[in-house]
Design a binder for this molecule. Structure first.
Ligand code: C5P
Length: 259
């Protein structure tokens, strides 16, 4: 985190990385929107969500009707700092662009993504990148494909705006240089302290992950409360998942790898 802006957003420097598992968005016959999957309930009550907003934005921008039924399979917890909603919105834009013959690098598609949320352009791009500005100014960087990842959420939803609002506004310096894992390890998540103030259980998750054999990095993702840990080996990751699951029935875990 670098600076609070007059428009209420924050200038930041962040690493966007993608994992092999998550939500899916499909476009089929029929019409309307459906949500299914283990976290469908949290979205079903809401009148709109980032997928329906993405479809509406696309239709308005490109002057087309969105024909077909969009189905979101929600496997990632909602409001969990993983950018799941942003990725769902970006996937919807990509699906509609492909069907309507809009190029993925069409600047109007980027503008749609940018209007939907700070992390949506990165998800549209969907490659390992440094994000600057609100997160929308993207610079590609080499990833660490195949690195085992464990995601753990302690079952609490935290408000992104509240966590950003709790940042102490101390600029602790720029992102370093070098390969992805070294940059990540030398860096920090400045949103951890304000998120911990809202949900102290995040500290338990971080302590548990950091103590696991073979862990190379344990940190909170985005504005939380989900934390991620990177491992040397799949076996190390799987053992850590067992440790996180044992005695913590309310904790959600996902074993995956970096793309
Ligand atoms: O852009 P998006 O709608 O995803 O942002 C959600 C909230 O997160 C914003 O209302 C703002 O409180 C906070 N935010 C921020 N600075 C950013 C990105 C998000 O303050 N760079």
């Amino acid at each position: 985190m670098r600076r609070r802006r007059d428009d209420g957003y924050h200038e930041l420097e962040t690493l966007f990385a993608f994992v092999a598992d998550g939500d899916t968005v499909t476009l089929g016959g029929g019409e309307g929107f459906a949500v299914e999957g283990p976290f469908a309930g949290a979205l079903a009550e809401e009148g709109d969500n980032l997928v329906t907003r993405a479809a509406a934005k696309f239709a308005e921008t490109f002057g087309v009707d969105v024909a077909g039924r969009i189905t979101l399979t929600k496997r990632l917890p909602v409001a969990s700092g993983l950018g799941g909603g942003s990725a769902d919105a970006a996937a919807t834009l990509r699906l509609l662009a492909r069907r309507e013959g809009v190029a993925i690098d069409d600047p109007r598609l980027f503008d749609c993504a940018d209007a939907l949320g700070s992390d949506v352009p990165a998800c549209l791009y969907s490659r390992t990148a440094i994000g600057r500005g609100r997160g929308e100014r993207l610079e590609p960087v080499a990833g660490a494909s195949g690195t085992p990842v464990l995601l753990v959420n302690p079952g609490v939803a935290v408000s992104t705006a509240r966590v950003f609002g709790g940042w102490d506004r101390v600029d602790r310096g720029a992102l370093g240089e070098g390969d992805l894992l070294n940059v990540a390890r030398a860096g920090r998540n400045d949103l951890e302290p304000p998120a911990l103030a809202v949900a102290p259980v995040i500290g338990e998750v971080l302590d548990l992950l950091a103590a696991q054999p073979g862990v190379t990095l344990a940190r909170m993702s985005g504005s939380g409360a989900t934390c991620f840990a990177l491992f040397d080996t799949l076996a190390g990751r799987d053992a850590a998942a067992e440790a996180a699951g044992a005695g913590q029935p309310g904790w959600w875990c996902l074993k995956t790898v970096l793309l």
